[in-house]
Design a binder for this molecule. Structure first.
Ligand code: MGD
Ligand code: MGD
Ligand code: SF4
Ligand code: MO
Length: 756
């Protein structure tokens, strides 16, 4: 049927291909897109929610300006752009571009804002930025830079053993067709699933080995597993011979780890730990993945290191069915640009933040340090902030302090589709068209062999009063005076003749005026945008990404069919012409070794400060506070959660945006709490009311609340009401990893009080 239009689900990083039918501005039917190169017809139930995103409440249709009394007034675009540009330029002129801070750049399905904001940041001389990756993935990246020097992903589909550390792919996905792959592993007696998770999650319930650790004890658990591999002579010595460097001090340290004591700290039978380690060692291939359960917990960076030691000790890298180095179309994090970046690896991974001196990993300021970089009289504090496609007041630790920080700035600007919790604390709010009203894409492209990218075409015209990010940043850059029609005209004339003429003209323009390179994305938006097929103008920046990609990875692009001088143009044409997605790179699993930037292309096992931290682990376990006897996992992925992308209490079922507190029935009984009873959750920061959900799978002493809910949404009467628990009212910015400043959202000490 021809009225099915290809697009993608934007709820998680998989961005499964979907086909939809639309009617009167609504998405009326959703089905899987079999032509999507990665999802290949796979979907989970959450894809049915796409209309709830499109019909989200609090959608904006005009720029808004904050009044002195905290209310907002609608202003026209020309006024908004000129005032914002003037105020940001004034901060830059007085304090330097390094005092302007950028946060965000995309969510689970939209990374083109990051392409266009690049230009505005260059125009303002912005040096510091951050996004949600700096509250989950920076510890992993810090370790990865020191051991491998490349990003990596995991081939569960072909793995004999799958190891999941604080990760529940049944709900959260994180790798393609996760539920099918988990079912296949569970059904095959020759394969095994090992899950480290305090809770019997949907995934843990399928596991051959469920290591139900005490919350916050991943470092002890992984340390014990690595130690058993060494002490019981289970390490893959033959493989290690050619593939790892600096093993000696590590093997020596692991030889000294008291396995029984570590097992006791993590609350798992030593025999179970030993059996799991033996199963890993016996496997021909193992794929392993860590996620928020550990990355937002105590000792998270150490945990990322110990995870990689296990990979190095078992030989689980660079073969089919193991971990591999993927080829990014455009790297996530800061900078970007086809595998290379204007920043060197050294700058990306070893710079420090201006006030707190935290390391800047992936080019990102640690999320839990942001308020300290603002709320101070330090001369190098941040004085202005641009926030795009992100909701830090709601999603970062310590919402109250984040609001205070926003209000302390000279100027703050939010670019979003909705009047979010963050928008309600900013000076200006600029309304973006929704992800179904413009060309959009994500750079979550992580496939092992044939890696693919999808440029989604719009389903609807832009909502009145909104602009796509290409236009917003082009306007800002024009108002900042970095380019004008004189620079655009020759490029547009060339683009009208075709992409090959554009490529020539672009090289000439940049050759004559290299200062234009940093603002290339908005130049392209103005020059190529109008020439692209109807509705695809926001894709203009992807042309630049394609050019950078083929120059960074010529061999892999050629293997996908894009070679020669104008390979970037051929790739861009293929992207435009394949709305279900297209393969842009091919490699073999063994090619991973070529990506290693570590000396001798071997895995470096030794990070001295991590070995020190391992040996210094407290035999008493992670910190406890008698006043707050429960540990709250603040942010569990459930079927009803989708970060904060869906602001719509009406979807699927009544009350879908509300929260429930999962708790073990015995703990609940002790507190006199029945299923459905009202309960107050009290942290040292705040108190929140919710309802009890008895859950046999919860560990004693461990409770959990869903992520992304607790949104302040306007009802039909215009009155704003909070739906569910806003988790980060409960969290404290000081609860964070000492190395990279990631939050302890999975380790929030709380007290529970029955209501009434
Ligand atoms: N449905 C849905 N899917 C999503 C999202 C969503 O909002 N909704 N968000 C997406 C995003 S942004 C991300 S980053 C991913 C995150 O995906 P996941 O990390 O898989 O999701 P979580 O449920 O936050 O945490 C995973 C598990 O960690 C466990 N855990 C809690 N404390 C500990 C601990 O101390 N140690 C260990 N080992 N485990 C612990 C929890 O019990 C939980 O089962 O999900 C993505 N997918
Ligand atoms: N306590 C606790 N906090 C957490 C977590 C947790 O587990 N516990 N999880 C964390 C994790 S892993 C993540 S990834 C973060 C996510 O937190 P954020 O990075 O803040 O991302 P989202 O909640 O997805 O918010 C995306 C924003 O983009 C807006 N938007 C949607 N479409 C468009 C568009 O086309 N253009 C523009 N300009 N804007 C658009 C939405 O309205 C929304 O405001 O939350 C984190 N916060
Ligand atoms: S939520 Fe994730 S796994 Fe489910 S359909 Fe959407 S993109 Fe695919
Ligand atoms: Mo995330």
């Amino acid at each position: 049927m021809s009225d099915w239009k290809p697009t993608a689900c934007l709820i998680c990083s998989l961005n499964c291909g979907i086909e939809v039918q639309t009617e009167g501005g609504r998405i009326t039917r959703v089905r899987a897109d079999k032509n999507h190169p990665v999802s290949q017809g796979y979907l989970c139930e959450k894809a049915q929610r796409m209309d709830a995103y499109q019909q989200g409440r609090d959608r904006l249709s005009s720029p808004m300006r904050r009044r002195a009394d905290g209310t907002y007034e609608a202003i026209d675009w020309a006024t908004a752009i000129s005032e914002i540009a003037a105020k940001l330029a004034a901060v830059r002129d007085e304090h330097g571009g390094e005092s302007i801070f950028y946060f965000g750049g995309g969510g689970q399905g939209n990374h083109l804002p990051g392409v266009y904001s690049q230009s505005t940041l260059a125009a303002l001389g912005v040096r510091y930025r951050s996004n949600a990756l700096a509250q989950e993935k920076t510890g992993e990246a810090w370790v990865q830079a020191r051991m491998f020097g490349c990003g990596m992903h995991h081939d569960f589909e072909h793995a004999e053993v799958a190891l999941l550390i604080g990760k529940n792919p049944w709900q959260s996905h994180g790798f393609p067709r996760a539920r099918l792959v988990l079912r296949e592993i569970a059904a095959d007696p020759g394969r095994a699933l090992i899950v480290i998770d305090p809770r019997r999650s949907e995934t843990a319930a399928m596991a051959d080995f469920h290591l139900a650790i005490r919350p916050g004890t991943d470092a002890w658990c992984l340390g014990a597993l690595a130690a058993i591999l060494v002490q019981d002579d289970l390490a893959n010595r033959a493989w290690m011979e050619g593939h790892v460097a600096n093993a000696e001090p590590v093997l020596e340290a692991l030889g000294r780890i008291p396995v029984s004591q570590f097992a006791q700290v993590c609350g798992v039978e030593e025999t179970l730990l030993r059996a799991a380690a033996r199963r890993m060692a016996a496997a021909a291939t193992m794929a392993s993945m860590e996620d928020l359960g550990m990355q937002m917990g105590v000792h998270s960076t150490l945990g990322s290191y110990l995870h990689r030691l296990i990979i190095g000790l078992t030989g689980a890298f660079g073969r089919k069915g193991t971990s591999y180095a993927f080829i990014p179309f455009r790297p996530l994090g800061a900078g970007g640009g086809g595998g290379s970046s204007s920043m060197t690896a050294g700058e990306r991974n070893f710079r420090r933040s201006p006030v707190t001196g935290f390391p800047v990993v992936m080019g990102l300021i640690p999320c839990n340090a942001i308020t300290e970089e603002i709320l101070t009289d330090h001369p190098h504090r941040f004085r202005a902030m641009i926030i795009e496609s992100s909701n830090p007041v709601h999603s970062l630790a310590d919402s109250a302090r984040m609001r205070e920080a926003l209000r302390a700035l000279d100027v703050s600007v939010v670019i979003d589709v909705a009047m979010t919790e963050t928008a309600r604390a900013a000076d200006y709010v600029l309304p973006a068209s929704s992800q179904f009203e413009k060309a959009e894409a994500s750079f979550f492209n992580f496939e092992p062999e044939a890696n693919a990218f999808q440029l989604r075409h719009p389903l609807f015209p832009p909502r009145d009063g909104t602009l796509e990010e290409g236009a917003i940043h082009a306007h800002l850059c024009e108002a900042l005076g970095v380019f004008g029609e004189a620079e655009v005209a020759p490029l547009r004339a060339a683009a009208e003749q075709g992409l090959d003429a554009l490529a020539m003209a672009f090289m000439q323009t940049i050759g004559a005026n290299p200062a234009l390179m940093p603002v290339a994305s908005v130049l392209l938006y103005r020059a190529l945008g109008p020439v692209l097929p109807e509705g695809l103008s926001n894709a203009a920046g992807v042309w630049g990404v394609a050019q950078l990609f083929v120059s960074a990875f010529p061999e892999e692009a050629a293997r996908a069919g894009y070679e020669g001088q104008l390979a970037g143009n051929r790739l861009f044409e293929a992207i435009l012409g394949s709305p279900s997605g297209t393969v842009f790179a091919r490699q073999d699993s063994e090619d991973s070794w070529k990506r290693l930037r570590s000396p001798g292309q071997q895995i470096n096992l030794h990070i001295p400060e991590m070995i020190e931290a391992l040996l210094a682990l407290d035999p008493a376990g992670p910190p406890r506070d008698a006043e707050y006897p429960f540990i709250l996992s603040a942010g569990e992925r459930r079927t009803e959660t989708s970060n904060t992308s869906i602001r719509n209490p009406d979807w699927l079922r009544k009350g879908a945006l509300e929260s429930t507190l999962r708790i073990h029935p015995d703990d609940a009984a002790q507190l006199g709490l029945a299923d459905g009873a009202a309960v107050d959750v009290i942290s040292s920061r705040a108190r929140a009311r919710t309802v009890v959900e008895l859950s046999e799978g919860s560990r004693r002493g461990h409770v959990s609340l869903p992520n992304g809910l607790g949104l302040d949404v306007a009802g039909p009467d215009g009155k704003v009401r909070r739906h569910g628990v806003a988790l980060n009212e409960l969290t404290d910015y000081r609860w964070r990893d000492p190395v990279v400043g990631t939050p302890w959202h999975k380790y929030v000490p709380v007290r529970l009080e029955p209501v009434g």
